[in-house]
Design a protein. Structure first.
Length: 363
């Protein structure tokens, strides 16, 4: 009987020992798997060197470099015009011709009077040589010649005022005049704008005053042409700071060779204060805690938290002034769940920096 009990006890002991050994082996395997699964999968990139611009953004309105509203100075009937809206004309080109027959006849009368006055003056000079006429009479005739000369010049101006010519090269605006219409002094004919270059007026915040100078690059963007960037440069600085906006009015010349931009048009502008080559990384790699800015670097399979100093921002990119180097591998995914010293497993390493290099405008 006691042998049966002894056999049962041995069997139970063997079963308990086997269970304990199995659980120990399973626990070790789980710990190993847990240790292996603790490495976080991340993506990394290497910082790149790129051109970075310190910029100021603003909005302004466009004006033609030269602009005028043409009007008449005399009355008359239109006999000829060249006023097609949108037409480009050269300086001195005839735009409007009024009936000038009366003015032409008046000029001929005055020229005849001038010729007669000169003949009388020349005859008086010959008579004066033998004292046949007094000096006062000669002086009167000389004055008559001078008056006739002045009247002829005035008649020529009146005749010229019947012709309206382009004072500079540009593009014509709308006009309602037709051949045969009667105009009076001050009648608006059309507008003329020089649009090869446009003036863009905007304001720069006072804090940038020490960095603004003539010749700096300006890039403009118009809602009418959202995909096109218009280039120009700063040409004029205001002399006074606005007390209301605490900003300095400035003026830039924007190239407009195809005539797409028009006077009065709205435009956003980007003024480049400084341009340099700098280290940039994807903006998504940066973490912010209070005033601290930092990134995680992958070093020998371990995440290392590194504080960085940032500079200018661009779409998807940010300049790193200090804290990392070109050879570092910056973690760009999953870094918000990491702590310094955590194991990481790099899943993908490559250039994840976007190709869009158009610089954002810093306000």
């Amino acid at each position: 009987m006691w042998k049966q009990w002894l056999t049962a006890i041995v069997l139970v002991a063997i079963a308990v020992g086997g269970a304990w050994i199995w659980r120990s082996m399973d626990s070790g395997t789980g710990a190993e798997e847990s240790t292996q699964s603790s490495a976080s999968a991340v993506n990394v990139v290497s910082p790149e060197r790129d051109m970075v611009r310190d910029q100021v953004s603003a909005v302004g309105s466009l004006q033609a470099l030269e602009a005028v509203e043409l009007t008449t100075e005399v009355s008359g009937r239109v006999v000829k015009h060249n006023l097609a809206a949108g037409q480009r004309v050269d300086k001195g080109e005839l735009l409007l011709q009024l009936d000038d027959r009366q003015a032409t006849a008046d000029l001929r009368v005055i020229e005849s009077q001038l010729a007669d006055a000169r003949r009388q003056f020349e005859r008086a000079n010959r008579l004066r040589s033998n004292n046949s006429i007094s000096q006062s009479q000669v002086d009167e005739l000389r004055t008559a010649v001078d008056v006739a000369l002045a009247e002829r010049e005035a008649a020529r101006v009146r005749l010229e005022n019947h012709r309206i010519v382009a004072p500079f090269s540009g593009v014509l605006g709308l006009s309602d005049l037709s051949v045969g219409a009667y105009v009076t002094p001050g009648t608006a004919i059309t507008t003329l704008d020089a649009t090869d270059q446009m003036e863009l007026t905007f304001s720069v915040p006072e804090r940038f005053l020490g960095q603004v100078s003539l010749g700096q690059v300006v890039r403009g963007n118009s809602p009418a042409w959202p995909e096109e960037i218009f280039h120009g440069e700063l040409v004029e600085l205001g002399t006074r700071i606005s007390e209301l906006s605490r900003s300095l009015p400035v003026r830039a010349l924007i190239d407009n060779p195809e005539g797409r931009l028009r006077p009065g048009q709205f435009m956003s502008a980007s003024l480049t204060l400084r341009e340099r080559e700098a280290l940039v990384i994807p903006e998504q790699a940066v973490l912010i805690r209070g005033d601290d800015k930092y990134v995680f670097l992958a070093e020998d399979g371990v995440a290392q938290r590194t504080r960085v100093t940032l500079g200018s921002r661009m779409p998807g990119l940010v300049e790193v002034v200090s804290g990392i180097s070109d050879s570092d591998r910056v973690i760009i995914t999953g870094q918000d769940r990491l702590s310094s010293g955590d194991r990481v497993e790099i899943k993908d390493e490559g250039n994840a920096i976007p190709d869009n290099r158009f610089q954002a405008m810093e306000s």
